[in-house]
Design a protein around this ligand. Sequence first.
Ligand code: SAH
Length: 347
Amino acid sequence: MIERIIMKNIKDYNLEELKEELKLIGEKPYRAEQIFKWIYEEGVTSFEEMTNLSLELREKLKDIFNFHNYKIVKKQVSKDGTKKYLFDVLDGNMIETVLMEYHHGRTLCVSSQIGCKMGCKFCASTGINFIRNLTAGEIVEQVLAVQRDEKIKISNVVFMGIGEPLDNYDNVMRAIRILNHPKGCNIGARHISISTSGLVPRIYDLIEENIQCTLSISLHATTDEKRSSMMPINQSYPIEELIQACKVYNKKTNKRISFEYALAKDNNEHIEDAKRLVKLLQGLIAHVNLIPINKIENGTFDKASNENIIRFRDYLNEHGIVATIRRELGSDIDAACGQLRRKNIKK
Ligand code: SAH
């Protein structure tokens, strides 16, 4: 614990900052590039392995930095190949990370916080107390730990694990820049997605970042009454404000937005909902991702029938909105966000 407070996590640093840190201890800045190469290209987990650094320098670095390598508490493998990790972030807290294989590459769904404050009624992360934000290094380590374990290279990252990424804005942006950096994880910005429940002021901040990552909005409902009943955040930032921010995002970034819509039986699956959705998204560059809602333990929402989901999709497509149904992955291994942590958490 003391070590944790005093030592700096090397993965919290971007390349420029690491160069500065090295200058402070009288070392040449190019050493930072060598260290980055070892960590992000070679995937090493200690200074001992950095054989092009002198023994003396390795000892010096060991006194300042630690690696924060995660331990796998549990790994579950689904019949469809999806892998779900429960990691101990080294202070006794646990987070989840999910690896999914798609035809276009390997996508890692990462957590951004330990717990979540948003309180969405259908989400398994709800009801677990919010503990703290993850640091940038703790976010990046999810990618490195899975790459080590599976001996693979992650090609896509989605911030759809536990937590609200825009509620941990600075650390998430820092992590994205390390993930994206050619000397870091070298994952293309277009292959990194941020999913938000709709923190409107942070969406405006994101517009100013000038980064090509993808934005997903968890919309899930088309009236304030319904959306507020599913997602309390809607009381602070109602649909109209959210859609207005999306319009500005489209206009200023020229980027398409993904809208997530989880269909629940007798709740938001009606043709009337689809009609309102078409109206809401009018004029936006958007894509709708329809998700069969994943029923959580003691949850009040049941999955919509396949028939209704297809009907909903067809209605959107016929009215000029591009909509696809998200393939369900990992349903046999509690892959809905927060489920595994919820089961393993100390009561
Ligand atoms: N807080 C962020 C990211 C984490 S949730 C957000 O709200 O977007 C990632 C996605 O999973 C969101 O679209 C969320 O609404 C959705 N989700 C959460 N629980 C779900 C469930 N039980 N079934 C289907 N989708 C769910």
